[in-house]
Design a binder for this molecule. Sequence first.
Ligand SMILES: Cc1ncc(COP(=O)(O)O)c(C=O)c1O
Length: 418
Amino acid sequence: MMKNFAGAAALFGLPLHKISAEPNQLPPESLFGTNPDSYWDRLRSDQFLMPNVRAFLNTGSLGVTPRPVFNAVVNYLEKAAELNVEALQVEQYPRWGYEALDEERLAIAEFIGCHKDELAITHNATEAMSIIAGGMPLPRGTEVLLTDQEHPSGTGPWKLREIKGELKTRTVNLPLPPKSPEQLVDIIISAIGPKTRVLSFSGIMSPTGLLMPIREICDAARERGVITVVDGAHMTGQVPVKIDDMHCDYFAGSPHKWLFSPAGSGVLYISESRLDEHYPVIATAGWDDKAMKAGRFMRFGTNNRAIIEGFMAGLEFAKSIGPDRIYQRIHELALETFNRARELPYVTMLTPEDDRMFGSLVTFRINLPEQQLALLWQRCTERRIWTTGDQQLRVSTHIHTRYSDLDLFFETLREVAG
Ligand SMILES: Cc1ncc(COP(=O)(O)O)c(C=O)c1O
């Protein structure tokens, strides 16, 4: 009973001080050794607030908040409302938006493999991409190369500058699905033209889950004098990301998808060599203080500091389970999804077969008439299966995903297909 009280309290406006700040313990290690599926089942019921009946297969849009993250946000809000500066360990009312947050940035930077001074905390990847594209000094006539699998947040910020006459964009089409990482490097790099100054692409493609050979692309682009921007909205938390290993100049991330952060968490990376020349797109005190390094790109004005606390709790949660263990599990579930989908005669796989080229997002086209597709969505809603797409359907698998969730989804699909 007590376990569910916190969620109920928040939903129904009951006194929040009843919510424990202590995280629930993870299941015992011995259980992982003897019965990994039970370990993950137990972890789901202890660490997530969502009810047992939900099959949540849409982390790619927004992750579901785990209990320790929820608790951290709520506790912080409560302490802030009490002006309890002792508990918050601050001297004044905390306001993300004017603060350096060095400790927090250090923790994030260590996790995602970059230097704290090259990292700013944003609200999401859209904002990070907007700061990257909006603030990059570029000579007029510059060409920015994009791919045809970008999310609107990866193209919009460039197109905005294009309509102002500041640059031109060009799009390179990727094969669907591609054959190999080498083929992708070849297609992208050979598309670089004499005016191409920037290459902006997703590390994991939103529509297909395709994991790009980022380092190879960035190295080859750099040899040609091209600046690289990686839209890594799906990377942080889905694959073991180390930004320094990617050799990109800029990176945008959305840890509220795969890294357990509360909605409204983002990261922006700008390599040291580009920091000084980059312009902020939002300006308040400190906007021109280059000594602040990447910190001057997170001067937004007053913000909800509780989100940062949740972000930190999400990082701790991931670390306590272990990023490698998480990846192994969620990729194993994605492989299972891939294999089950591939067997169906009315399905065309859009995620590549080579599993070096996807993490935990699997996309396929369902070649069924519209009426049957509508019925599929209706049945999914009735059975509380959450996924995304239409004819092109994308399944996300995370640590709360159970094999029974996949059973339910594929049974529903088979039933509708008849
Ligand atoms: C590749 C990519 N970039 C950017 C975004 C935007 O992310 P956010 O809504 O967190 O800003 C998404 C969201 O799905 C995405 O898939």
